[in-house]
Every structure is written in structure tokens, then in C-alpha cells.
Design a protein around this ligand. Sequence first.
Ligand code: HEC
Length: 147
Amino acid sequence: MKNILTYSLVILITATSCTEKNKEQTTSKNKIQQSVNPNGDSELAILMREMFDEAESIKQQIANGKPVKLNIDHEKMLTAHATEPEKTASGQYKVFADLYLQSIKNLESAKAKQMDSLYNTMVVSCLNCHKALCPGPLVRIKKLQRL
Ligand code: HEC
């Protein structure tokens, strides 16, 4: 019994996607079960985690004075299946996605002295979409900023 609860909590924490974590949810067993996404992680959620890792790796490349090299296909965000498909079907999502994809392209072709500001523009484009459509991971994404 205790193991099942612990397992549910782990799922809850890893499957939060757009929802803010809420302490009350962890106190009631029924609420925990409702919060678990029955379909597992969406294609988009998995891609977003890869985008997060990619951003950390870009930050590191810049810190080391290296040119930016991308490892994943960011354009997949335009077609990946989402936990809430109505979100990615919105015109708003497409506008934010295009701004993000442009910011990534700018970074790839950037000169060394532009890197810092273009990197921050890229993180802001993650934040702008998340503020509008998916506030849950905002705190985590803010930590990507280079100050
Ligand atoms: C165009 C809008 C948009 C942009 C730009 C965007 N995201 Fe997301 N992000 C989403 C949506 C929508 C989800 C929810 C995915 C789902 O659950 O299917 C999400 C989910 C996430 C998650 C949670 C994944 C999980 O484990 O459930 C993280 C972390 C994340 N994004 C980080 C980022 C980072 C870092 C960037 C920039 C490098 C970024 N996002 C850019 C819309 C966006």
C-alpha cells in the first residue's frame, strides 16, 4: 500500500506538464489518482524535456566559448501530439512556436559577442509561450537564463 502511494506520487511529480504542483493533491489518494495522466507522457512533453536539456547544453557551449550545435529537431514541436491537443492547435501556440524556432536559428548562426543576448531571447521565447499556455514549468525554465 505504501509503495503504491509512493509510486503514485512519483508519477504525479513527473507527469505534471502544465499544471502547477499543488500540496493538497498529495494528501488525498483520490486526487492523486485523478492527476495521473492515463495515457502516459505525450510526445510533446517528452520533446519539451529534450528541449530543456538542449537549452542547458547550449548554455554550457556558450560558457565555454563554443559555437552552438543543436542535437534535436526542434521543428517537431509543430506536429508533436500534446497532453491537451487544443493548446497546440491554437493560433497562439503556432505564433509562439515560430518565435522560438526563429530564436534557435539566430543562435546557431550567431557571432560570439551576440551569444549572450540571443541565448536570453531564446529562453524568453520559452517563457512567453509558457506564460500564455503552460505555466507549470515556468520556475524551472527561468533557471535557464544566463544573467
Ligand atoms: C509554443 C509554445 C511553447 C514553447 C515555445 C515552449 N514550450 Fe514547453 N511546453 C509547451 C506545452 C504546450 C507543454 C505541455 C506539453 C504536454 O504536456 O503535452 C510544454 C511542456 C514543457 C515542460 C514540461 C514537460 C513535462 O515533463 O511534462 C517543460 C520542462 C518545458 N515545456 C520546457 C520548455 C523549454 C525549456 C522551452 C524552451 C527551450 C519550451 N518549453 C518552449 C509549450 C511550449
